[in-house]
Design a protein around this ligand. Structure first.
Ligand SMILES: C[S@@+](CC[C@H](N)C(=O)[O-])C[C@H]1O[C@@H](n2cnc3c(N)ncnc32)[C@H](O)[C@@H]1O
Length: 320
């Protein structure tokens, strides 16, 4: 069992807590199309010996830990699997997560990768999918080395500044931020909430009109985007608020707009974190060198492609 080391939530970790608690399974959806990386994870976990101990770093809702648990079940490995994350995760509490493999994973939230709550030399395998690179590199690498057994194997999938996922997220962040600028949809909605909640109700029709006009402009500008893009979702929510103003209790109306506003801000924080986490090939080379300096060996990386598009880097190393 882990040594207890709980980290205080920050705006960053809370933006992830919000995301995972709302039920998303994983974050491999940034290239405007889904892709599956499961087969390569299965290969990695299949190399585990009987009774292996596996840790999935920055696990989120356990997308990769689940694959480890499925391999464990299929190959009768009797492995133990732990997923850690600095968000306050609780995948087993989500509705409709009755999958049996999930129930066999220990999840530990509020945990920074640079300060792991484990004793030395505990694990045989460590994995991370778009997670390790979010944490402070040098501290996390030392911690990873400390908690792995001699010979312990590591496979990390890391965001790349080159490639489709990064480019899609840059565009998404730009659009999301533009919705927060003055005169744009979100500030207009906040203005509407204020008017609904005040005695100045005569202002409401004017603000409703401005929102409807803005929504039309944004829809025309971004009409070619996938329907689930935040900007288009925001447009349809904004129109719903325009129609609901004055028809639902003011306190409910204000609370819903505040919630929407928090959602959009958390989304921009996550996307910003993702872009800061992305690595160039030069930085990947430096990661290999740093790992080899502190007791790993054969550290290497390659571009990770899906359908001929680079979606990240894959990094392998092992403890001497
Ligand atoms: C893009 S998500 C990936 C989650 C999961 N591996 C997946 O593939 O679905 C990045 C994760 O890194 C976590 N994270 C960011 N910084 C961290 C840190 N310093 N320590 C631990 N986890 C961190 C976030 O909470 C988030 O769950």
């Amino acid at each position: 069992m882990p040594d207890k080391k709980t980290h205080q939530p920050s705006a960053k970790s809370m933006s992830w807590t919000r995301y995972w608690r709302s039920g998303f399974r994983d974050t491999c959806f940034f290239a405007d199309k889904t892709f599956s990386v499961a087969a390569d994870w299965r290969n990695f976990f299949s190399s585990a010996g009987k009774g292996a101990k596996i840790v999935d770093l920055a696990t989120g809702n356990g997308a990769v830990a689940m694959i480890a648990a499925q391999v464990n079940r299929d190959l009768h490995l009797e492995a133990s699997i732990v997923g850690v994350d600095f968000a306050d995760i609780a995948p087993q509490e989500l509705p409709a997560t009755t999958e049996e493999p999930l129930q066999n994973i220990t999840f530990i939230g509020n945990t920074d990768l640079a300060d792991l709550p484990f004793q030395d030399a505990q694990f045989d395998l460590a994995s991370s999918q778009f997670g390790f690179e979010y944490a402070e590199q040098s501290g996390s690498l030392s911690e990873l080395k400390r908690v792995l057994k001699p010979g312990g194997q590591v496979r990390l999938l890391i965001h790349a500044t080159e490639g489709a996922v990064h480019e899609a997220s840059v565009q998404r962040l730009r659009r999301a931020r533009s919705m927060l600028e003055s005169g744009q949809i979100l500030p207009l909605l906040e203005e509407l909430a204020k008017a609904v909640n005040s005695s100045a109700k005569t202002r409401i029709p004017k603000i409703q009109k401005r929102i409807t006009t803005k929504v039309g402009q944004v829809q025309r500008k971004f009409g070619q985007l996938p329907k689930d893009d935040l900007v288009l979702e925001l447009c349809s929510e904004a129109q719903m608020f325009v129609n609901a103003a004055g028809k639902v209790p003011a306190s409910e109306f204000v609370a819903k707009i505040r919630h929407l506003s928090e959602e959009v801000r958390a989304y921009t924080l996550r996307l910003h974190a993702m872009q800061s986490a992305a690595r160039t090939s030069v930085q990947m080379q430096a990661l290999c060198e740093a790992a080899n300096t502190i007791g790993f060996q054969q550290s290497r990386f390659t571009a990770y492609n899906v359908e001929d598009q680079q979606v990240g880097w894959v990094f392998h190393t092992q403890v001497i």
